[in-house]
Ligand binder design. Structure first.
Ligand SMILES: CC(C)(COP(=O)(O)OP(=O)(O)OC[C@H]1O[C@@H](n2cnc3c(N)ncnc32)[C@H](O)[C@@H]1OP(=O)(O)O)[C@@H](O)C(=O)NCCC(=O)NCCS
Length: 184
């Protein structure tokens, strides 16, 4: 079946959070959160340096919404009481073998409270149940302790560690990175 025909219900509701597709109109809130956490996020996420104004975020939100409709990627925002506090997403999808890359970020003000653990557990469940994922994987810098802790806390297992397994923001030097995986 073509991925575009996949049906499922949205949003994903967890104990404390609402997780929904990024959509037109989200640019303003997204930019505010990125601005507050820019130094923290830009250490690990290349896209943060390319987001310099509300319009950049609005363009991203609209592009991601289009990709969501096409089932090319699932960039979801994590909301607490209607406020966007972070994001979780599925991209780099290989529909033939149903292997998918998972990513996440959280506004600095909301880190350390277990919100991303809650959102990631829900995303993994969604991917296995509704997208038919066989394998989900995370790529993260070997020095990104918070991301490593999160991956391990949500049941992902380390599969490899090597130089240059991911893009790292900055000078283009090869960084040591890890791949974590989880299977249906
Ligand atoms: C990676 C990132 C999302 C992790 O955020 P986080 O806040 O540590 O993750 P959680 O929301 O799951 O919170 C976990 C922390 O809250 C604590 N916590 C409190 N209540 C909790 C609960 N109910 N459940 C789980 N953890 C809880 C945990 O002990 C943990 O703290 P610790 O790391 O000091 O042990 C965040 O650091 C981030 O956005 N980093 C920048 C972007 C990035 O690196 N993205 C990943 C690229 S690979």
């Amino acid at each position: 079946m073509s991925a575009i025909l996949l049906d499922f219900s949205m949003p994903i509701i967890t104990k404390r959070l609402t997780i929904r597709p990024m959509q037109p109109g989200d640019g303003k809130q997204l930019f505010a959160q990125v601005e507050k956490s820019r130094d923290n996020l830009s250490q690990w996420l290349p896209w943060v340096n390319h987001v310099r104004c509300e319009d950049d975020c609005e363009i991203t939100a609209r592009t991601f919404y289009a990709e969501y409709i096409l089932r090319k990627a699932f960039h979801l925002v994590v909301c607490l009481d209607d406020k966007i506090i972070g994001g979780v997403g599925i991209s780099q999808i290989n529909w033939t073998i149903r292997r998918m890359n998972v990513g996440y970020w959280c506004s600095l003000n909301y880190q350390g409270k277990g919100y991303v653990t809650e959102a990631l557990n829900a995303l993994v469940d969604f991917a296995f149940k509704h997208l038919g994922a066989q394998k989900l994987y995370i790529l993260c810098d070997s020095e990104n302790t918070k991301s490593i802790n999160l991956a391990e806390r949500t049941g992902f297992k380390i599969e490899l560690e090597a130089l240059g397994v991911l893009d790292h923001p900055g000078n283009g030097a090869l960084r040591l990175g890890r791949q974590y995986g989880i299977y249906a």
